[in-house]
Every structure is written in structure tokens, then in C-alpha cells.
Design a protein around this ligand. Structure first.
Ligand SMILES: [Fe+2]
Ligand SMILES: [Fe+2]
Length: 262
């Protein structure tokens, strides 16, 4: 924390595999040196295997600052999501799924999100049950984000997502897959609660920054994108968020440092 700002280090799509051995550690160690909190915005693992989650914890071992994360679609692939959640949570990662946490006076609200497309071309719940179920998932994730933001009493709120809330940060991907990369339904809560910033991943070939219709900054922090646009050696997005005084009433549980006693 510098003065009255909090430094956020963010990355997504680390896709930790069964064979990962130390390759992510330098990135995470740099985050701990440079920032007050580390955000990992989904696709924490490659297939959602418990062994991959344990490998990720080993990679995160040097990190003593709070780690706030959401899951991504890859973390669901092998059907072990509950075990993956437990491993990471027991390991000190604050995993958000429609809930929130306060770190140094800033509130973080997180959901995975879902697809469905953007703007006027957003998929509507019409016709087959399968289409309605798909749209329902996107609506449900947006509602979870909204209630997580509403619960925060902090003057500054930050949103942590896996799927993109705006089209601008998926630009660069093939246009045909835009509807699978995010949903405008996630944008509305960001505008309503005037979040300081939103972070997401999933669009590996997208664009690094964009803004919502009301000017909220949105950062795509997918690891392959950061390697390409920031640095091959240090693919980490650092964003400073001012923390106004007074901080006010705090509803949500403060995050522990990872070396605090359990
Ligand atoms: Fe990914
Ligand atoms: Fe993904």
C-alpha cells in the first residue's frame, strides 16, 4: 500500500497443469513484491484436476499477500470442482463465487460469469429449453455479481470475473466466438455500483483494456495476452486504486494474510 492507494496485481488463465513445476512461481513472487493483493481471474487449472490445484498452491507458496480468485470454465472440465475449491480455499486462496471480501479498505466482488454475447446481439431466452438454460446461466451469474457488489460497504469496489463483461476486451479473438467469451449482462452491475475497475480473463487473444458504457475501466489479464502485450518475463497487470477516507462500515470479512494463523 502506497499512501492511500492499494496496488492490485492481476493475472488470469494460468492453466496450472499436472506437470507445472515452478514456471508460475516467478510471476506470483513478483506480484507479492509489487502489490498488496493478487487477483487470479479464472482458469486457475487446465482441466480442474485436484492435482493441478495442489500444484497451483505450490506455485503460490512465496505469496504472502492476500490472494483473491474466481474459477474459470477450465476449472469445471473434469467434474472435480468441489474438491478443487476446497484445496484452494484450505490453501489460503479467497475464492469468490457470488461473494465478496475486503482487502485494505477495498471491496472485491467475484463471479465466474458466462457467455451469451454483447450489446444488441446478446442471446435472449427464447425457443428451446437448452437456449433458455444457457441464458439463465448468464443471468444468474450477473445477479450473483450484483448482490456481491451490493453487500460491500467499502467506498471502492473492484469486480473479479473470468468471462468478459464488454466486447472491447475480446477484440482480437475470432468474431465467431465472441458470444462464448463473455456477456453484456455482466456490465450492468459494474456501471450501477460504479466499480473502480473490473478484471477478467478467458479471451486469451483479446485486447488488454476497455471501458464500460459509463467509463469503468475493464482489464483483460489473460496470461497469454499479458505475455504478448506487457512482458514475456513479467506478465502481470498492476493497477492502483485510491482508498478514500473514511473507510466507513465494513460488512464483509477482511482477508487474512496467507501466513496468518488459521
Ligand atoms: Fe483460459
Ligand atoms: Fe476460460
Amino acid at each position: 500500500m502506497t499512501g492511500d492507494t492499494i496496488r492490485i496485481a492481476a493475472v488470469a488463465d494460468v492453466h496450472c497443469s499436472k506437470t507445472n513445476q515452478g514456471s508460475l512461481q516467478p510471476i506470483f513472487a513478483a506480484a507479492a513484491d509489487m502489490a498488496d493483493v493478487l487477483l487470479i481471474c479464472g482458469d486457475l487449472t487446465d482441466y480442474g484436476f485436484p492435482e493441478e490445484a495442489r500444484n497451483l498452491l505450490a506455485e503460490l507458496a512465496p505469496v504472502k499477500i492476500p490472494i483473491v480468485a474466481v474459477l474459470g470454465n477450465h476449472d469445471y472440465e473434469s467434474g472435480n470442482v468441489e474438491e478443487v475449491k476446497k484445496i484452494l480455499t484450505d490453501g489460503g486462496v479467497r475464492l469468490l463465487d457470488g461473494d465478496s471480501v475486503e482487502v485494505l479498505g477495498v471491496g472485491f466482488a467475484g463471479v465466474k460469469g458466462f457467455g451469451g454475447g454483447f450489446g444488441r446481439r446478446t442471446l435472449e431466452p427464447w425457443g428451446e429449453e437448452a437456449t433458455k438454460a444457457f441464458v439463465h446461466e448468464a443471468v444468474s451469474e450477473a445477479l450473483k455479481l450484483e448482490s456481491a457488489l451490493a453487500r460491500l460497504q467499502t467506498p471502492q469496489r473492484v469486480a473479479v470475473l473470468h468471462y468478459a463483461p464488454i466486447e472491447a476486451t475480446v477484440e482480437g479473438e475470432p468474431r465467431e466466438i465472441f458470444p462464448f467469451l463473455g456477456s453484456s449482462r455482466l456490465e450492468e452491475p459494474l456501471n450501477r455500483y460504479r466499480v473502480a475497475a473490473a478484471f477478467h480473463g478467458h479471451a486469451h487473444r483479446g485486447a488488454p483494456e476497455g471501458r464500460t458504457s459509463t467509463g469503468i475501466p475493464v482489464y483483460n489479464v489473460a496470461l497469454p495476452l499479458l505475455r504478448r502485450t506487457l512482458s514475456e518475463q513479467l506478465p502481470l497487470k498492476i493497477v492502483e486504486v485510491p482508498v478514500p477516507e473514511p473507510v466507513g462500515t465494513r460488512d464483509s470479512a477482511p482477508a487474512r494474510r496467507r501466513d496468518d494463523p488459521q
